[in-house]
Design a binder for this molecule. Sequence first.
Ligand code: ADP
Ligand code: MG
Length: 230
Amino acid sequence: MALGDLLIDLQSVAKHYGEGETRVDALRGVDLQVRAGEVIALLGPSGSGKTTLLNIIGCILDPSSGRVKLENEPVFDGRWLRRDLRKLRLDKIGFIFQAHNLLPFLTAEENVSVVLDLAGWPLDKGQKRALELLDYLEVAHRSREKPAHLSGGEAQRVAIARALANRPRIILADEPTAALDSKRAQLVMDLLRKLAEEQEACIVTVTHDEKIFDRFDRLIHLRDGRLLDS
Ligand code: ADP
Ligand code: MG
């Protein structure tokens, strides 16, 4: 697929935690551009800044300095430029969290439709969309189960359905295949790529999983808060 719109644009993004003797520079001068259709991996040793970077792209964490544009909209420039960050996240970002993070007291279907409910979808439309996505991900037959009754692979596909429910164009994932065997891991990555192409989205994934490196368009290496190449 030809590369599309610029979806993520970070300019000179830095992040430090703490001050003085306890200060940790987690990101330094990070420039990163990601376009629609791209599936990229963030690699680097523990503590190199991967999660910090993902959380800044996801507008969960504020940079200490720098500029962030998402879908060509400036969202951070020394301060957040929108007051409704929650709405911004719901509209633009799909987060696939580590270790699934499904809500244990909701069924698979409810775990997906709750996101649409929050985004203001009418209940029946949200339920329909949730079931369609679960069907697409081949877990519709498990839609009434609670997460505790799902296998690791099933729970991960429900988590993916939840991240994609509101058709975000920026999909962020922290180790989405860590709990899966290599065949399932490759299937999940193939599925994410297909969805990225269909929804003109991009995917940024933190991974250590060498079995899936060949599934990415770009491997971006982080060391001590700096990007080595992109
Ligand atoms: P990675 O995901 O690559 O392991 P992180 O982004 O989690 O890296 O962390 C980058 C650096 O920032 C590490 O040195 C880590 O200890 C530090 N760090 C992360 N989160 C916090 C925090 N909330 N408070 C203080 N230091 C933090
Ligand atoms: Mg991390």
